[in-house]
Ligand binder design. Sequence first.
Ligand code: ASP
Length: 339
Amino acid sequence: MYNRRKFIQTTALGISAALANNTHAATTSARSPIVISTWDAGLEANKAAWTILSNKGRALDAVEKGVMVTEDSLNCCVGLGANPDRDGYVTLDACIMDEAFNCGAVAFLERIKHPVSVARKVMEKTPHVMLVGEGAQQFALAEGFLLEPQQLSEGAREAYAEWLKKSNYHSPRINVENKKEHGPFAPAKLSNGEWNHDTIGMLAMDAMGNLSGSCTTSGAGFKMRGRVGDSPIIGAGLYVDNQVGACVATGQGEDVIRVAGASAVVEAMRSGKSPEAACRSVIERVIRIKKEAAKNIQVAFLAIDKNGNTGAFAIHPGFNYALRTNSEEKLITGKSFFK
Ligand code: ASP
């Protein structure tokens, strides 16, 4: 009895001491670094991350700098060049998480170029995990971020003008082959037949064997004003447990939130599943919940385990991810439930 009580006390003290400095989960074993990120834009983003990883930098810095490349680019779904909400405003969501359960997020953030960096500041400079809307913007300005002009990129202006013709607000659909109308989540099918990517989510393991992740998006194009998806929500869009692995999600955020997606994938890896099998198990859960409706939505999970094994799984074909290691730089087609 004495021993057991003593064990419990010691453990409890150990845990609270470790939580106090948030360093208990960091590992120190030398590893070969690796970075993965969602969609084809991940190839460019990985290059920036790789500059850091290949110089023995921290995974946390790599996942921030990596997705900043996509935030800077003029694409439909990430950063200030993205499609606006249905009232014509671009609103951005992002989060970041390190190897020691430190995390930060912003949502419904307007006119700030790098939401992922604001999320990191929330993590490092506040006692909070998430700031939203005006408060997030005020915090960003106080931290020295610039207030960008309130204007749409040329591509977004055209897409919005097109959308306004019907202003058809229907339930989100992503990457579903037969869609004609541009719903809130509809990325364009490009002339080369590839899907334009949505969110970028990035996971990295550094030379110390530590994992970190980031996720940044404009969410669903032409969404309701104030709508926030899974991407900035720790446990839904992103989760990192350095002892187990990490996961990032893309696709219909509402259905990722419903199953606490990224966290569920990490828990499945904790119970022994490979990254791909873990992603698959949670995709199947979404499909069970959504039933017939699953035919019209896309969700994809991308995961890495603590040994650097990676895997992904989606509801529908069309999802791919970029991988970079010492020896490889490539785009990998994600497997899917429906063929
Ligand atoms: N998951 C994002 C959201 O729901 C969108 C996406 O990945 O396409 O906001």
